[in-house]
Ligand binder design. Structure first.
Ligand code: G1P
Length: 288
């Protein structure tokens, strides 16, 4: 299954850091955010990846490209660990790039991949969302897609005060953690929110979504909204919402980006001891 990663957004929520660099390249610990997303796809067995880029996004292509000079220097320095890592990044997936020439919205960005995806099911992963879990989130969605033979979106319960940041579903629970989606609203006001189940940036679609994307008009914010196409999809065909297992960080939000950095650094053996020393270690250090 192919994966589409839209990465053409301007990163306005993260200014000034994103004034001259793509938001997808912001590091979380020591990896750019988009690398976590690509790794999640690869861990789920999906290595055919289409990244939708735009102006000012070259750093993304460079990141996943071979870096002859860097490799040469690392080899000369005998730094085999760093060498293996940069080589792994350049070879973990087949990545294709499509440029979205105008910023017309998420739905439009996905439509840019139509020709390349063809008439096959495909996954969409948004670079703003990092999901930490042993079983990758997108793999969980693919499993439901295979059982239900219908499009699936990842959903998560979020506090009512944060619902206006997301697409929100109205769903009928059909089994543990699975909802049949009956309606969706993009970035609702508290009064408009049909539930507290928000869409996260993980989707698996039947190719029919393209038909609906072509049909819709600009919605919220004057943009071609993926959520609006999904609204048509759930009325005419089927759409499921999976309450996935894992911790999701919306790293487009500054607070969540800091939380992700802390949580992921805690999992790193090479950093955790220095950053989060045990009381014994602090005592030992204060004596020296
Ligand atoms: C997009 C979608 C929204 C979804 C969100 C998940 O919004 O339009 O429905 O809930 O991603 O992160 P954006 O973050 O691009 O504003």
């Amino acid at each position: 299954m192919k994966v589409v990663i839209p990465a053409a957004g301007l990163g306005i929520r993260f200014l000034p850091a994103t004034k001259a660099q793509p938001k997808e390249m912001l590091p979380v610990v020591d990896k750019p955010a988009i690398q976590y997303v690509v790794e999640e796809a690869v861990e789920s067995g999906m290595t055919d990846i289409i990244i939708i880029t735009g102006r000012g996004k070259r750093a993304i292509e460079d990141h996943f490209d071979k870096s002859y000079e860097l490799e040469h220097k690392l080899r000369e320095a005998g730094n085999s660990e760093a060498l293996a890592e940069v080589q792994r990044i350049a070879s973990m997936a087949d990545i294709f790039y499509i440029r979205q020439k105008e910023q017309l919205g998420l739905g439009h960005a996905i439509l840019c991949a139509k020709k390349h995806v063809g008439n096959e099911p495909f996954a969409v992963m948004l670079g703003d969302d990092i999901v930490v879990n042993e079983r990758p989130c997108i793999g969980q969605l693919v499993e439901v897609f295979e059982q239900m033979k219908a499009s699936v979106v990842g959903v998560e319960q979020v506090p009512k005060t944060k619902l206006h940041r997301y697409g929100v579903i109205k769903g009928r629970k059909i089994k543990e953690n699975l909802y049949k989606v009956e309606d969706l609203v993009e970035k609702p006001t508290p009064a408009e929110a049909p539930s507290d189940m928000a869409i996260i940036g993980r989707y698996v679609f039947q190719p029919e979504i393209f038909e609906f994307l072509e049909r819709i008009r600009p919605g919220k914010g004057g943009e071609i909204q993926l959520t609006d196409a999904m609204k048509l999809l759930c009325r005419r065909k089927s759409l499921y919402g999976l309450k996935f297992k894992g911790t999701r960080f919306d790293i487009g939000s500054k607070a969540d980006w800091v939380k992700a950095t802390i949580a992921l650094s805690m999992q790193r053996k090479d950093l955790a001891e220095e950053l989060y020393p045990s009381p014994q270690a602090v005592l030992r250090r204060s004596k020296t």
